[in-house]
Every structure is written in structure tokens, then in C-alpha cells.
Write a protein that binds this ligand. Structure first.
Ligand SMILES: Cc1cc2nc3c(=O)[nH]c(=O)nc-3n(C[C@H](O)[C@H](O)[C@H](O)COP(=O)(O)OP(=O)(O)OC[C@H]3O[C@@H](n4cnc5c(N)ncnc54)[C@H](O)[C@@H]3O)c2cc1C
Length: 406
């Protein structure tokens, strides 16, 4: 098969880029290795800056009709005390809230938008296995499908295949590993209408527990020190249930829903980035270019922003057929600063807060920045701005150049 742009990976980065390029009239094929999006994804947060992009694309109202929750204020619990840490209501965006939506609903929405354009092609159950290289230039990929293997040739190949990217590995791009002191045990526990409201994060000595309200169940994350999963499993599921019940006693009567370790998934946390995001004919974006920590829940937003920047910089070149290495380098140049700045903050929080909390045995005391935020609510606008909009928010500049499907 031949196309103008072949995207490996149908996560937030790949789907958004596919949609934007197709909307600009560029033939694009997105290859996604899974058959659907209904699996344990990392993250449900759609940030005000991503919602602003939806507004620019004219699909915000339609998007907000999908089931979601709107979080206007970020709150958490530290050592039994409820603290407010972010206030989104003053952001200069149309949506002054963070939308919580299961990632599969978000991806299905973007796919529906992409499919409105005749140049958008999505192949599910198509796993990229290798790159095709001629004279040092990447000219496409090989992929495995239920009907056998296939070759796709493209003017541009994009690696948007996440933190375990095969594309970046096969391209031999150098990875800078920034390290993460934690992993997350991910599970569902049923939710009742009488349950308390969402606090998102609860930290006690040695434990951090995250709960996301998904109407009929809680999506829960139990943060553990890196590599401690085996030890926790050895202590047994009963002890694990007890650890959760100590943090959130209202869950105690339903923790038997975690029958065994098959009901608890381990998500490994990685923070890294590529030294160079591209090679002739190839560009990596999203987690494939920079794996993000769950701190601040900003990875989806960054992946989407990368996609917008890539489409803004590359669309006209792809249409004209004169894409150069310089253009690929321009995407990295545009997105490297926000990536570095966000990772630096995440590492600061990982090392100064998460590592200390997980290693502590004494009851936690509120750190002074949080104390200040409780006293001066104005200060809560700062984390809201950093989380909600990030550094260097992108805006859609690609024109509508494609015909809609009938
Ligand atoms: C525990 C945890 C919790 C997190 N929580 C949040 C959160 O609340 N909010 C937030 O914004 N971010 C969160 N993140 C980060 C966020 O998940 C990522 O930064 C974001 O999903 C990156 O998007 P992406 O499109 O680059 O990659 P991914 O979301 O990883 O998507 C990559 C896609 O490529 C597909 N793929 C992989 N290999 C191939 C292949 N060979 N061929 C074809 N397809 C392939 C995958 O199936 C997947 O669909 C969290 C991360 C972790 C580890």
C-alpha cells in the first residue's frame, strides 16, 4: 500500500495527528495493533487546552455530549486532611474545567471525526513490526495483521506507538532515561451513589491512592515503589485489600471484588525522551518521543499537543510533496521545551514528594506550599494553569482541505 503519511499507533498522539492531516486533505493511514480501545489505558484526563483545540476544530459541543465529569477544582487528601490544590475556573479557555472521560471514549470520538474525511484510513489489529529503509531514509513500515503481513510505503512515517515504541527502537533513536521511583497497581472497585465525592489523590505514610469516578465504578491506582510489585503480591491479596481499606474505609465491604491478582494490573511508569525525535522520512511524537509520568496527568495532553504542532508544521509540506529533514527537526524544536519543562516538574514531584511519601513511616504533615494554597486560594491558579494548559499550548493552524465522506 502507498500513502502520504503512515502513523504507527492509534493512541491520543496518533489518532489526533491522523484526524488533523486527513482534515487537511492528506492521505493518512493509522495502524493500531489492538482490535479496540477497550483496555486498561493510562489516563482519563482531557485538559482545558485539549478542550480548547476541540473548540478550534468546531467539535467541542459534540464532544461534551459524551458522558464525562467536569473537575473545576483539584483536591486531594494528605494525612487525613482535605486540601485544594488547583482552581481551573480562571483559565483563559472556553472550558474552565478538566474533563474526565475514559480514554476509549475519547479515542472513539477522534476516530469518528477522522472518518468524516475520505483521506482518513484506520487499520485496527495492524501491528507495526519493522521499518522499511532505503539509503538511510525511512520509506514505510511492515505490519502484522490477522490476514498476514503487509507493507505500507509513505512519504512520512510517524512513530506514535507509545512508551514501548517499536518504531523508535527499530530506527535506532537514542533514548535518555530519566527514571521513575514508582509503578502503579491499577484496578476497578464498584461505586455506590452514597460514596463520597472524588478526591483524585490520597496520600498517607507509605501509601498513595488515586480514585477516578467512572459513574458505576472507581478506577483506582495504588502507587508503589518501583519494582515492589512482586513483594506486594507475596504478602497476599488480603493484605493488599487491608492496605486499601485503611486508606478508604468506605470501600472495605466491597474489596472482595478484587478476587485475586488477576483483578489488579501493574502499570510500569517510565520517564524518558529521545535525543533526536526524527530521522529522514520518520518522526516520533507523544510517548514514543517522550514517555511521561502519570504525575499531573498531562501525558495525553502533551501527546495531543505534539500532534497539533506536527500537523501545523508538516501539512503544507506533505501537500506540496517537499518535506525536508529541516521540517522534522522543526517539530522537535517546537515541542522539546514543553516536554523538558514538564518532565523536569514531574521528576521534581516524583523525587521530592512521591519518593518521600512512599518511604515514610510517620504520619504525613502538610508541606508548606500546600499550606500556603489553603490560606491564599489565589495560589491554586498556578498549578491549574501548569496542569490545565501546559507550557506552550498549541492552536490548530491546518486548513480544511479534504472532502467529507458522503
Ligand atoms: C499509570 C499511568 C497513569 C497515567 N495517567 C495519566 C492521566 O491520568 N492523564 C494523562 O494525560 N496521562 C496519563 N498518563 C500518561 C499517558 O497515558 C501517556 O502519556 C499518553 O497515553 C501518551 O499517548 P500516546 O498516543 O503517545 O501513546 P499511547 O497512549 O501509549 O498510545 C500508543 C498506541 O500505539 C499502539 N501500539 C503500540 N505498539 C504498536 C505497534 N507496534 N503497532 C501498532 N500500534 C501500536 C498502542 O496499542 C496504543 O494504542 C499515565 C501514564 C501511566 C503510566
Amino acid at each position: 500500500m502507498e500513502t502520504t503519511c503512515c502513523i504507527a499507533g492509534g493512541g491520543p498522539a496518533g489518532m489526533m495527528l491522523g484526524f488533523l492531516l486527513a482534515r487537511a486533505g492528506i492521505d493518512v493511514i493509522v495502524l493500531e495493533k489492538h482490535g479496540d480501545f477497550l483496555r486498561d489505558f493510562r489516563g482519563d484526563t482531557i485538559h482545558p487546552s485539549t478542550l480548547e483545540l476541540m473548540h478550534e476544530l468546531g467539535v467541542l459541543q459534540e464532544f461534551l455530549k459524551r458522558p464525562h465529569q467536569e473537575v473545576r477544582e483539584l483536591a486531594g487528601k494528605v494525612g487525613g486532611e482535605t486540601v485544594k490544590v488547583g482552581d481551573f475556573t480562571h483559565l483563559p479557555t472556553h472550558c474552565k474545567f478538566l474533563a474526565l472521560m475514559p480514554q476509549w471514549d475519547f479515542l472513539n470520538f477522534i476516530v469518528e471525526q477522522g472518518k468524516r474525511y475520505s483521506s482518513f484510513h484506520l487499520k485496527m489489529q495492524a501491528e507495526v513490526t519493522d521499518l522499511i529503509e532505503v539509503n538511510g531514509r525511512i520509506i514505510g513500515v511492515t505490519a502484522k495483521t490477522p490476514n498476514g503481513s503487509m507493507e505500507i510505503r509513505a512519504a512520512l512515517t510517524v512513530g506514535a506507538d507509545g512508551r514501548h515504541s517499536i518504531v523508535r527502537e527499530r530506527a535506532g533513536l537514542q533514548v535518555i532515561d530519566l527514571g521513575a521511583p514508582m509503578d502503579v497497581l491499577w484496578m476497578r472497585i464498584s461505586r455506590r451513589p452514597t460514596d463520597p465525592g472524588q478526591t483524585l489523590g490520597h496520600a498517607e505514610a507509605g501509601k498513595v491512592f488515586v480514585m477516578i469516578d467512572r459513574e458505576d465504578y472507581w478506577q483506582c491506582g495504588f502507587v508503589i515503589p518501583k519494582g515492589a510489585a512482586d513483594e506486594i503480591r507475596k504478602r497476599g491479596i488480603e493484605q493488599f485489600r487491608e492496605d486499601i481499606a485503611c486508606l478508604e474505609p468506605f470501600l472495605r465491604d466491597r474489596l472482595t471484588e478484587l478476587r485475586d491478582w488477576n483483578d489488579v494490573r501493574l502499570l510500569t511508569v517510565k520517564v524518558d525522551r529521545l535525543r533526536r525525535w526524527w530521522r529522514p522520512g520518520l518522526l516520533c511524537i507523544g510517548d514514543a518521543a517522550h514517555a511521561m509520568s502519570p504525575i499531573g496527568g498531562v501525558g495525553i495532553n502533551l501527546a495531543v499537543q505534539d500532534a497539533v504542532a506536527a500537523a501545523n508544521i508538516l501539512a503544507a509540506k506533505l501537500v506540496a510533496g517537499n518535506l525536508s529533514d529541516h521540517d522534522l527537526a522543526a517539530v522537535q524544536q517546537r515541542r522539546e521545551f514543553p516536554t523538558r519543562a514538564t518532565q523536569r516538574l514531574q521528576i521534581l514531584v516524583q523525587n521530592r514528594v512521591i519518593r518521600r511519601v512512599l518511604g515514610s513511616v510517620h504520619s504525613l504533615r502538610l508541606p508548606w506550599p500546600l499550606k500556603l494554597m489553603q490560606r491564599w486560594p489565589l495560589l491554586r491558579r498556578i498549578p491549574a494553569r501548569v496542569i490545565g494548559m501546559g507550557c506552550r499550548p498549541e492552536h490548530v493552524k491546518t486548513p480544511v482541505g479534504s472532502s467529507l465522506r458522503n
